[in-house]
Design a protein. Structure first.
Length: 202
């Protein structure tokens, strides 16, 4: 039996979630960049090349945020080429699977256009920045646009969305927990966690 299309489930959860309950964010006056610290710490310890590639992609994401470059798949693909050290990072050509096959993300002729439409909502001023960042992170996770590196792409997208609001999280490690497409409470919790991390001081 074919697994439920978790992307369709996410699109329903996405519409029904109360994103307006997300907390306000605080700017860290110290300027500590949690993404860079994460790369220079645990990532570099495991794999120095992976850390360097992530840092290069992070620089691009921050520069694109400063330029207010519209967020779409093509922009993410540019970051992903750095992440993977690849010349191309195309949109996946078939259904994708995660969590040992328990989640299936379907592919239709509209999937890429739907993904870009969701990414355009990251500038919606009626939705709090923490919610926009959380929603974009989950969009990347559940659209699963790349054949590899989607978790890294999701985190870079979150960083980019917050950077457009001049928010830099001093810590990103707690963001990297497993998320499920059918979990509206988990989606709200991610937005709340972003708020907590924005107020956390070393």
């Amino acid at each position: 039996m074919t697994a439920t299309d978790s992307l369709s489930v996410w699109m329903r959860v996405r519409r029904e979630a109360d994103w307006h309950c997300a907390p306000a964010l605080q700017r860290d006056p110290s300027g500590r960049d949690g993404f860079r610290s994460w790369c220079e710490g645990p990532v570099r310890l495991r794999d120095p090349l992976r850390a360097e590639r992530l840092l290069a992609a992070h620089t691009l994401a921050r520069e694109d945020a400063a330029r207010r470059t519209p967020l779409n798949f093509a922009l993410l693909a540019g970051w992903q080429r750095e992440v993977l050290g690849a010349t191309e990072a195309p949109f996946r050509a078939s259904d994708a699977y995660a969590k040992a096959g328990r989640e299936r993300y379907g592919l239709t002729p509209r999937t890429r256009a739907d993904f870009d439409s969701c990414l355009r909502e990251t500038t919606d001023p009626d939705v709090p920045p923490a919610a926009r960042a959380a929603r974009a992170y989950l969009d990347v996770a559940f659209f699963h646009p790349f054949t590899d590196g989607n978790a890294r792409a999701a985190l870079l997208t979150l960083v980019h969305v917050l950077a457009r609001e001049d928010i830099v999280l001093p810590e990103v490690g707690p963001l990297q927990t497993t998320r499920y497409a059918d979990d509206p409470a988990g989606a709200a919790d991610l937005a709340a966690l972003i708020g907590v991390l924005s107020r956390r001081r070393p």
